[in-house]
Unconditional design. Structure first.
Length: 151
């Protein structure tokens, strides 16, 4: 099983890098997880141009069964997400999650993705969301495996 996270931007803070590395280490028992970072388009001053340019870079890296992380999409509990992931793994050996930048994802990226999911209506920094998504993927694998991590 291969899981890709396509993320706009990179992690700058040591604590974020440490958290990412911890979850990547934990996840290595269950799947090969790749972090694919695309450049944030901060130099462009127009949000529509930023979304479009970041979307082009995301699309170049998109493969497998793609799921867009989008605030206006379906929400899952941790248990529901684990069942969803388990079902997807039955028919897909490669799953890709896409995390947009500060302005979100282009419509083209959302349309190419097979599904969209949300962690709720709150806004999170995309770097923090990356850690949250890694944690939820790890939690899903522990639920699927019957490990005691999930309470």
């Amino acid at each position: 099983m291969t899981i890709d996270l396509i993320c706009v931007g990179n992690l700058k803070e040591k604590f974020s890098k440490d958290a990412q590395n911890e979850y990547l280490k934990r996840l290595s028992a269950f799947a090969k997880v790749n972090i694919i970072e695309v450049k944030e388009q901060n130099a462009l001053n127009n949000p529509a141009s930023i979304i479009l340019k970041e979307g082009e870079e995301i699309l170049k890296n998109l493969s497998g069964y793609a799921i867009a992380c989008d605030i206006n999409s379906k929400e899952y509990s941790s248990e529901e997400f684990s069942k969803k992931l388990e079902a997807l793994m039955q028919t897909n050996s490669h799953i890709t999650f896409v995390i947009g930048g500060s302005y979100g994802l282009s419509n083209e990226v959302k349309n190419v993705c097979k599904e969209k999911m949300s962690f709720g209506k709150m806004t999170f920094p995309h770097n923090l969301f990356r850690i949250m998504l890694l944690e939820q993927i790890y939690r899903a694998f522990t639920i699927i495996s019957g490990k005691t991590y999930h309470k």
